[in-house]
Design a protein. Structure first.
Length: 555
């Protein structure tokens, strides 16, 4: 009875607020959404502390939801996007591109304004009906380059020796510390990845701009364009300032009535609240795994987690399993991996959850090694064509600082009880028997990893091996090898979740995000934002690492 009374009271309150807004003239009509896409578009919501000194930016899930609302809004006839300084990976770019393409398919005009544009911004902008570049702007559509730093020469000068063991010939995470250049497997893997991502970019631009692939490749080789040059070669449609876009758009939709994204989002959220009060739709849990994986508690960064703790993750999943109102779990994985043991604990907890509720996986920009490991527990697994995934392998080892200490005039005396008590000391190299034992542990974990891939993906262990060995794949390559189930992103994962539950594709659902951002009103939560000594040293305590074999920086 109390719940019934509360729901109807809230419905009346929202109705009165809407009426008041109309009477005050605040419910102005609109036909064009103005949206800015810039910055990192974090996978998780910003922590509350950030809002004390700046307005919180839109997270990626909110942007995808906004574009879907605009697609279904009959008042919206056009969307104008300003794209600048995007710091997102290729998977999120592709998901945004698909959202813009869906707007066009729904009959909306999509226009993009650029002040400057790299390959990243232009690839996204190419999905629009029209691209407008500022008169003094330029395009730098130069393609892809991946760079890897090698530190061995510097470590030798400092007297530091990296002793690392790996399982998987492509598992090259230790190479920057043990080599001065790429090994052949490392080079082969990077070239394969670059070839596939580059072809995705060329294909996307060629299709969107109505050009042949060789013509696009020639333009990329030319690379740098002033605004007038970009217009001449057909990379853009207009030259103009941002405030001139509505005038250009009027030729397509008539008088332009803009609505800013903040106001539009508030209006949509009010409409959703009214719908929720009327219908009580099903609830889905949306769990973000955003950042390296560690044991213990999650470490919070200014724009979501900067290290995902297995303890925090397991606590959230237990809460989700116990909550009968949550019908389905969608896990968004954007992680290069990290602690092997933590990844296994998270995999186990997800697998337990899958026995009670559907668990759908959506892979973000990077879901490699430990990130891919835990994703195996869900079904199906969605990835974008540009997702960096796979990396089925493991490394372990330590840095030996004995020579550095000697050069600095520092010495150590270590007293032990137990033959291997100082095995991980930074003062001694591994003895032959210790090397043998560590190698055994690395390959034992690797074998377990491969067996879990075989079990979860329906392969034999023998069939997994050619796709393992620490090799990194693009999402498209992983799909062709059966490592993921389908190409898609968050919307596709939501659609699959509805299908599993027998819900219509257009049925609204409530999405509850995990982990919950801590409240600043609780002292215990506020203390989480105060730096602690162990916050930057948690990685020292791990023995086995299931982490992406190379840090990719695309130029």
């Amino acid at each position: 009875m109390l719940r019934f009374f509360t729901r109807h009271t809230l419905r009346v309150i929202y109705w009165l607020l809407d009426l008041l807004a109309c009477l005050c003239g605040r419910r102005r009509t609109y036909n064009t959404l103005c949206l800015e896409l810039s910055g990192s578009l974090p996978e998780g919501p910003s922590v509350p502390l950030v809002s004390l000194w700046r307005s919180p930016s839109l997270d990626f899930l909110s942007v995808i939801a906004l574009l879907r609302w605009a697609r279904e809004d009959t008042q919206i006839r056009a969307v104008v996007c300003t794209i600048s300084d995007l710091d997102v990976g290729w998977a999120r770019l592709q998901e945004l591109r698909r959202a813009l393409a869906a707007l066009r398919q729904a009959g909306k005009q999509v226009w993009v304004h650029l002040t400057e544009g790299t390959t990243r911004e232009y690839y996204l902008a190419s999905a629009a009906d029209a691209i407008v570049l500022a008169p003094t702007g330029h395009l730098a559509v130069t393609g892809l380059a991946a760079e890897t730093l090698f530190f061995k020469g510097a470590l030798d000068k400092l007297g530091i020796e990296a002793q690392l063991h790996q399982a998987g010939v492509y598992k090259s995470a230790g190479e920057p510390f043990t080599r001065e250049s790429m090994s052949e497997p490392h080079r082969e893997m990077l070239n394969s990845l670059l070839d596939d991502l580059y072809s995705q970019i060329v294909d996307g631009i060629a299709t969107a701009r109505g050009k042949s692939k060789p013509a696009v490749q020639e333009l990329i080789d030319q690379g740098l364009f002033l605004a007038r040059e970009a217009l001449e070669v057909g990379l853009i449609d207009h030259i103009g300032y941002e405030d001139e876009v509505p005038g250009l758009l009027e030729a397509k939709i008539g008088p332009v009535q803009m609505i800013e994204v903040g106001l539009y989002r508030r209006r949509c959220l009010r409409a959703i609240r009214r719908h929720v009060l009327r219908t009580d739709p099903p609830r889905f849990a949306f769990v973000s795994v955003n950042g390296p994986i560690k044991r213990g508690e999650t470490l919070d960064g200014p724009e979501g987690a900067n290290a995902v703790g297995a303890t925090s993750f397991i606590r959230d999943l237990k809460r989700i399993r116990d909550d009968r109102s949550i019908a389905c779990v969608i896990v968004r994985v954007s992680s290069p991996g990290g602690s092997g043991s933590a990844s296994d604990l998270m995999w186990h907890e997800l697998y337990k959850t899958r026995e009670q509720k559907p668990v759908i996986i959506s892979l973000g920009d990077v879901a490699a090694s430990g990130g891919y490991y835990l994703a195996l527990a869900g079904a199906p697994v969605f990835a974008e064509e540009g997702t960096i995934t796979g990396s089925i392998g493991v490394i372990a080892g330590k840095a030996v600082l004995h020579d550095l200490y000697t050069r600095l005039g520092v010495s150590k005396e270590i007293l032990t009880r137990g033959r291997r008590a100082a095995v991980f000391s930074d003062y001694y190299t591994f003895a032959p028997s210790e090397r043998e034992r560590l190698d055994f542990e690395v390959h034992a974990f690797y074998q377990d990893f491969v067996e879990k891939v075989a079990r979860c993906r329906g392969f034999s262990v023998h069939a997994v091996e050619p796709h393992a060995q620490g090799q990194v794949w693009s999402g498209r390559q992983a799909w062709a090898r059966g490592l993921v189930d389908a190409i898609g992103g968050i919307e596709e994962a939501l659609g699959e979740a509805k299908r599993r539950l027998g819900l219509p594709a257009g049925e609204p659902v409530i999405i509850e995000s995990f982990p919950k951002p801590p409240s600043l009103w609780r002292l215990s939560s506020f203390m989480r934002f105060i730096p602690r000594r162990h916050d930057t040293s948690w990685w020292h305590r791990e023995r086995l690492w299931a982490i992406m074999p190379v840090t990719l920086r695309f130029l």
